[in-house]
Design a protein around this ligand. Structure first.
Ligand code: CUA
Length: 113
């Protein structure tokens, strides 16, 4: 995938969360300097969530606190992971790979309802 074309390439042309089955969701996420799009992801507790993510520029990290989700977002590559949040609450999403000046501010959250 051409990182220059990510924003025009499905599914990354429509980042966000969508339901894909009775108890499954897909979260399409872009990492870019210095934010995640979307910055807030809402899913129900107990649902299987498939994360599909990439970067539009440099290498970013993708770590969701209190979970085993610990990924790298690499330009031109699609990173996938599945996770089921059992406990409702807010989970911090952080970039844990140094990516430049705004690195420390690059964060989002997963809200499990
Ligand atoms: Cu993106 Cu650090």
């Amino acid at each position: 995938m051409d990182p220059q074309q990510v924003r025009q390439t499905p599914p990354f042309d429509q980042p966000g969360v969508r339901q894909t089955g009775p108890n499954s969701y897909e979260a399409v996420i872009l990492g870019h300097a210095w934010a995640f799009t979307p910055a807030e992801i809402r899913v129900p507790a107990g649902a299987k969530v498939s994360f599909i993510a990439t970067s539009t520029d440099v290498i970013h990290g993708f770590h969701i606190a209190k979970t085993r989700i610990n990924l790298m977002l690499i330009p031109g590559q699609i990173t996938r992971a599945e996770y089921t949040f059992k406990e409702p609450g807010e989970y911090l999403l952080v970039c844990h790979e140094y990516c430049g000046l705004g690195h420390h501010a690059m964060a989002g959250k997963v809200i499990v309802e």
